[in-house]
Design a binder for this molecule. Structure first.
Ligand code: NI
Length: 387
């Protein structure tokens, strides 16, 4: 039996929690019912300390082991859902129109609750486990809000770990890597001002559309010409519009917005500077003006090499198939803020052959639960061994 047997017994109960959370999705920081559910379960398990309202709606639980060690291991799950209309047809589908757990955070929360119940029952470790349930992973930087609210000062931790499910990866497989695992995500908006006029008399105008189009093309020289070909950077202009509503009007103003993703933090600064230069000088070349607004987002998710190795060892010990040199991916993740403060690792847990996260037909596979719970529990028992 690869997984810890206790979790096979607990599976129906943990699935019940997940299906309840799945039916009742909440967005960003508005995870009031979810946080209350989590806190109630933790109290029921006899967790030594349960603190709510950390980073607005985050929940922290402390489980003390045997012995006198002051070491502490953090385990983190995210609780928020997405503004997506569910199309799975599941019996426990979302009851809330326009909201869905389409990224499996209901599964992450339930797996961490399952691990917390087991750890509170067995206490087969010396030190403390800090279970962290965060709000607002989906674009709200809930991890940062918890850190700004003193997460690591109020509940000191030596290491911190988190799991995200991975559609397309077989069940029973865990993937991680040392170093950068997920990209940073910064956004930019560009406002181009020309001179509007009649489409038939362009010589009396400054054609804002033409200038903005040149800016899009020029921006795509940054990744191909300013970035070391061995580094990973992606730039996408996702939206572009003008204030002209007709085919025979040259607009006064054009706007576009896009994102820059990279696994190399130095390229966040380089990209920002290059975008600003390209935008202002391209506009000037055509007699227009332009400004760029830079909106920094989640940092690069960087695994501590030892943390990644420890996570891989714990996963192997409970029978998971482990890929410890997985390719990094370009979507971002706000667990990155926690890994900036405390060494540890983020891991991907196989979710089988399901539609991708953020798809209206995405399904978290309950069969993944015993693997995730066993991984968390084993990691704690290894990192906080009893004498
Ligand atoms: Ni997610």
């Amino acid at each position: 039996m690869p997984i810890k047997n206790r979790f096979a017994e607990m599976l129906p109960e943990i699935m019940g929690w997940r299906h309840h959370l799945h039916e009742n999705p909440e967005l960003l920081y508005e995870v009031h019912e979810t946080a209350a559910f989590v806190a109630a379960r933790l109290r029921e398990f006899g967790v030594d300390q349960v603190v709510t309202g950390v980073g607005r709606t985050g929940v922290v639980g402390i489980i003390r082991g045997r012995g006198t060690s002051t070491r502490a291991i953090g385990l983190r799950a995210d609780m928020d859902a997405l503004p997506i209309e569910e199309a799975t047809g599941l019996p426990y589908a979302s009851k809330v129109p326009g909201k869905m757990h389409a990224c499996g955070h209901d599964g992450h929360t339930s797996m961490l609750l399952g691990a917390a119940k087991y750890l509170a029952e067995t206490r087969n470790f010396d030190g403390s486990v800090v279970v962290i349930f965060q709000p607002a992973e989906e674009g709200g930087a809930g991890a940062k809000a918890m850190i700004d609210d003193g997460l690591f000062d109020r509940f000191p931790m030596d290491e911190v770990y988190g799991i995200h499910n991975a559609p397309g990866v077989p069940l029973g497989t865990l993937m991680t890597r040392p170093g950068p695992l997920q990209a940073s995500s910064d956004e930019f908006e560009i406002i181009v001002k020309g001179k509007g006029g009649h489409a038939a008399e362009p010589h009396r105008a400054i054609d804002t559309t033409l200038v903005a189009a040149h800016i899009v093309i020029a921006l795509h020289s940054i990744v191909s010409r300013n970035v070391d070909p061995l580094k990973r950077v992606v730039l996408t202009v996702g939206t572009f519009w003008t204030d002209s509503a007709a085919s025979n009007i040259i607009p006064d103003e054009a706007r576009m917005a896009g994102t820059v993703r990279t696994l190399d933090p130095e390229y966040r600064t380089i990209a920002e500077a290059r975008i600003r230069d390209v935008v202002t000088h391209t506009a000037a070349a055509y007699g227009a003006t332009a400004q760029m607004i830079w909106d920094p987002g989640y940092p690069v998710t960087v695994n501590d090499p030892q943390g990644a190795a420890r996570a891989a060892d714990a996963a192997r010990a409970v029978g998971l198939h482990v890929i410890d040199d997985a390719d990094p991916i370009m979507p971002s993740e706000d667990f990155s803020y926690m890994l900036e403060q405390v060494p540890g690792a983020y891991v991907f847990l196989g979710n089988g052959d399901t539609p991708m996260c953020h798809h209206p037909k995405y399904v978290f596979d309950d069969e993944a639960i015993p693997y995730g719970c066993s991984f968390f529990a084993e990691l704690v028992e290894r990192r906080l061994p009893t004498a």
